[in-house]
Design a protein around this ligand. Structure first.
Ligand SMILES: C[S@@+](CC[C@H](N)C(=O)[O-])C[C@H]1O[C@@H](n2cnc3c(N)ncnc32)[C@H](O)[C@@H]1O
Length: 358
């Protein structure tokens, strides 16, 4: 019988609620499982096993030298990861089960050009993880981010002072940018007709290198925090400049901002965009700003993509006071920064490409 405490809901509905609650309570184990498989090199082991052939569980535990007391537990982890799409369980000779890589776990092969393993290392790093225990304190600290509450210093100050953290962050960003090789193949039109471009907050220059290779005549400059680019050397058409996008952005036909604006609140984004507008306003021609970022669209996106964008929004909001935006949020920002028009194009699974014109 329904009690007044559960609003007259059916028992089945309450049990569904309980299952949802427990799933999310235990959800923190999801990312730990990813860390576990990356640390044990399981994707690399499967990748190099008999030219990418599926690996049986006994072969895997033998390579990993798992003691007999732990094989059942390892099987639990593998089954859970397979259930969530990180391995495919296939039947090989004599109907034995074997594990094959999926599109997701192939991205965790460290030796692969498109490896996202550094992303796993960065997100599972103790400073990142520990900060989330401070959500309760954070909500009453008017001007502090979760990171600020947890480490006593704002994110960018911390990263500037901690070389190991800086390196881990830059490597994570670089591997995300490496994925753009796939996306730019269909988007070369974005750079056609341009003579120069500045990749603002362009990290260690992976995106810029991809653009430079595709467009050898295009001059590309990366503007970054000085300690990100101090030891980097460019090439024929690539240069690195240490600076501050809030102060000045070098002149160019176009400015690229990949995953930069989502780090900042609307006021900071306005300042960055105004500096971008100044940078692309030459004497003879006016260029464009190219923003690569998320656009939340719950009506259009698949549920899984929306979940990722909303989770990223929570991450940005709490860690760094940033924000993932809907189209109307972007439009408001662009117009208030003095731009006249914009065009949004699909780019990767979760990122859109937005061209903004003065
Ligand atoms: C989320 S990362 C994106 C990096 C790169 N665009 C990518 O997608 O791989 C944001 C970048 O902005 C840079 N950044 C932060 N503050 C900056 C500033 N004031 N001037 C220039 N770059 C800055 C950071 O160092 C970092 O590399």
């Amino acid at each position: 019988m329904a009690s007044p405490l559960n609003n007259g809901r059916k028992a089945s509905e309450i049990f569904q609620g309980q299952a949802l609650l427990y799933k999310h309570l235990l959800g923190f184990i999801d990312s730990k499982c990813l860390k576990w498989m990356v640390e044990l090199d399981i994707p690399d082991i499967i990748h190099s096993h008999s030219h990418g052939q599926p690996i049986t569980f006994s072969e895997l535990v033998s390579i990993l030298q798992v003691p007999p007391t732990k094989t059942r537990q390892v099987q639990s982890l593998m089954r859970y990861l397979a259930h969530n799409g990180f391995f495919e369980i296939v039947r090989i000779h004599d109907n034995i089960e074997a594990y094959a890589l999926t599109a997701a776990s192939e991205l965790l092969v460290k030796s692969s050009e498109l490896s996202l393993a550094p992303m796993v290392e960065y997100f599972l790093e103790p400073n990142c993880q520990g900060a989330w225990n401070q959500l309760k304190r954070w909500v009453h600290e008017e001007d502090l981010t979760v990171f600020g509450v947890s480490l006593g210093t704002p994110f960018w100050d911390f990263i500037n002072k901690d070389p190991a953290y800086n390196k881990s962050f830059n490597e994570a960003m670089a591997c995300d940018s490496q994925m753009l090789n796939l996306a730019f193949r269909d988007c070369n039109w974005v750079f056609e007709g341009l003579e120069s471009i500045v990749d603002v907050g362009g990290g260690t220059g992976i995106t810029a290198k991809i653009i430079c290779e595709a467009f050898p005549k295009l001059k590309c400059m990366v503007l970054e925090r000085p300690n990100v680019v101090e030891n980097l050397s460019g090439s024929n058409n690539l240069t690195f400049v240490g600076g501050d996008m809030f102060k000045c952005i070098p002149k160019a036909d176009a400015v690229l901002l990949k995953l930069v604006l989502h780090n900042w609140n609307d006021n900071d984004c306005m300042k960055i965009l105004e500096n971008c507008k100044e940078a692309i306003s030459g004497e003879s021609k006016t260029g464009k700003v190219v923003v690569i970022d998320t656009v939340i669209n719950e009506n259009k996106d698949e549920r899984q993509v929306t979940e990722l964008k909303l989770l990223m929004d929570v991450h940005m909001a709490c860690i760094i006071n940033g924000k993932e935006r809907k189209e109307e949020d972007w439009k408001k920002l662009f117009m208030e920064a003095g731009f006249q028009s914009y065009k949004i194009s699909p780019f990767t699974g979760y990122l859109s490409l937005i061209e903004i014109y003065p």
